[in-house]
Design a protein around this ligand. Structure first.
Ligand code: 5GP
Length: 201
């Protein structure tokens, strides 16, 4: 997605060879126009998948997930990371190791908002080692919901998450894929284009 790639090039800060900071439009301040375009792109890619609900994780997954939910006309539920006095009973839970916080937390979703009748699109901001997406998939599985796919705003293709999830058979759609953050700069994986091969006899 060209608009997103330009935004990352112009505003992203490489914190290390494995961490990209995009606080100006996704992780702290949010660019609503970009989020809307991201929502449209996810909606277009999963238009024929029969999505009934979007599942994300607080907090940075919420903005892109809401925009996708708006476009697909389905509700958005986000897994909570912290215990809440109002979220106590009948929870689906999973343990998730956070790549950025370097700690494990229990994430939860109320069974009021996810069921076996759902066909879920999982959305998150970044894909690194795949633990957040796997935790969300575990929650959807506990709810006996189907998983139509996983939509990621920024995939770091040099980490294991993408292959882990794809090897498990999940359809993963990433809007921008970074191939390297080495030497303080961001390199992108080129989108694969289908080339027509002429057969000569
Ligand atoms: P994973 O669970 O795939 O290892 O990591 C994904 C989660 O960690 C995302 O929800 C995201 O919040 C955070 N994350 C992973 N890598 C980065 C990164 O390079 N930059 C930022 N800002 N967050 C990241």
């Amino acid at each position: 997605m060209e608009l997103l790639i330009e935004k990352i090039k112009n505003e992203g800060t490489v914190l290390s060879s494995s961490v990209l900071k995009v606080d100006s439009f996704l992780n702290h301040q949010i660019d609503p126009h970009l989020m809307l375009e991201i929502g449209k792109e996810f909606a277009q890619r999963f238009a024929d998948s029969g999505i009934t609900r979007i599942l994300t994780i607080e907090s940075s997954g919420i903005a892109p997930a809401v925009m996708a939910g708006l476009q697909l006309n389905v509700p958005v539920v986000f897994a909570r990371k912290r215990k809440s006095l109002t979220l106590v009973n009948n929870l689906f839970t999973a343990s998730v190791y956070s790549f950025t916080k370097e700690e494990t937390s229990e994430i939860s979703v109320s069974n009021q908002y996810l069921s076996e009748n759902d066909n879920v699109l999982i959305i998150d901001d970044f894909l690194a080692n795949g633990q957040a997406a796997l935790g969300l998939a575990e929650i959807a599985t506990k709810a006996k919901a189907s998983i139509a796919g996983i939509g990621i705003v920024i995939e770091k293709g040099f980490q294991d998450g993408g292959s882990l999830l794809r090897d498990k058979g999940y359809r993963v759609e990433s809007l921008a894929t970074i191939s390297s953050l080495d030497d303080g700069s961001v390199s992108f994986k080129q989108p694969t284009t289908k080339t027509k091969v002429e057969l000569t006899r």
